[in-house]
Design a protein around this ligand. Structure first.
Ligand SMILES: [Zn+2]
Length: 321
């Protein structure tokens, strides 16, 4: 049976369904194995021949029935070195993928019964899966992209974020680009410069896009992009002209308030160091806002996609966490 097919096509993926699909550690291991070896492990690297493999009891391994060579589907994944039960990892992944506003390590601790230290590690590892650095925004047919800057942890006008731990004297600066009715990328920046603004667009926005920004000096950079086929339109916030036809940054404003509300309400405080992780997490969910709670299957896919190219025939060394 191809276990990848157990994820239903409907948008609702309830906890009951999750519980049914993944009742045991074995079922979870089977899922990761099927993602990495669709249809099962069919070839033995050692024999260099098609071979049947069987599940090795007491290990997260499958063995060649002829030579006994072991295959470890978790090798290189975020689950590899953990002694925490695989089902707890899955449960935590489900939790993080099925709430709109994020979930704290504390909630993972409460719902799965692991220690706080362990919950925190699970939380940070799963968050590593949530990054969309491969998105491309805009292009000729899009409704335009908005670029905007935000300050986290400072006392800027209209800023509802709290002070960030370890960052008392300085704001943490973030630049984001969002396609209208599309996806978002948000990046922590050391400094908000024309160079930073320029690079963000060149990395994530397709030529022929219309770029909407406010009047900030850093966006002067986009005048230079006109020769590359980008169009630049500005809104004058300082004169309280927030919307002029389609020249606005309302889409990105919605994202800022979502993140600031979330950090205030769920995470209480966040250091500048972790802010990028939170931005990635919120953007990951935002970019999949129309896929119901199928974020969980998307996260599972990420587990195997991001697994390093480590040989799967090497036994993992387990850490005590
Ligand atoms: Zn073999």
């Amino acid at each position: 049976m191809n276990r990848r097919q157990i994820i239903p096509p409907e948008l609702r993926y309830t906890f009951q369904q999750f519980d049914k699909d993944f009742p045991t550690d074995d079922a979870c291991l089977e899922q990761i194995k099927e993602q990495r070896f669709p249809g099962g492990v069919t070839v033995c690297y050692k024999c260099e021949k098609p071979r049947k493999h069987y599940r090795v009891k007491g290990r997260t391994a499958y063995a060649c029935e002829t030579c006994g060579n072991h295959i470890y589907p978790l090798a290189g994944t975020i689950f590899e070195k953990s002694s925490t039960k695989l089902r707890i990892w899955f449960h935590a992944t489900y939790l993080m993928g099925s709430t709109r506003c994020g979930i704290s390590a504390k909630q993972i601790q409460r719902e799965t019964g692991v220690t706080y230290k362990c919950a925190w590690r699970i939380f940070t590892q799963i968050r590593k899966l949530m990054s969309d650095d491969d998105v491309l925004l805009g292009g000729g047919n899009s409704g335009g992209v908005e670029v905007d800057e935000a300050y986290f942890g400072g006392r800027r006008k209209n800023d509802s974020g709290r002070m960030l731990a370890g960052n008392k004297n300085r704001n943490t600066r973030v630049l984001a680009v969002v396609e209208r009715k599309g996806s978002i990328v948000a990046k922590v920046k050391q400094e908000l410069t024309m160079g930073a603004a320029n690079n963000l667009v060149r990395e994530f926005v397709l030529p022929k896009s219309t770029i909407f920004t406010d009047e900030a000096v850093i966006y002067d950079a986009y005048e230079k992009l006109k020769g590359m086929g980008y169009t630049h339109r500005r809104i004058n916030h300082s004169q309280k002209v927030y919307v002029t036809g389609d020249v606005h940054t309302n889409t990105i404003d919605g994202f800022w308030s979502l993140v600031k509300r979330g950090i205030g309400g769920v995470y209480h405080s966040v250091s500048a160091k972790y802010l990028q992780g939170y931005l990635d997490e919120y953007a990951f969910r935002y970019n999949r806002r129309r896929s119901g709670n199928l974020i969980f299957p998307a996260l599972l896919q990420r587990v195997s996609e991001m697994a390093s190219r480590k040989p799967v025939s090497e036994a993992p060394k387990t850490e005590t966490l």
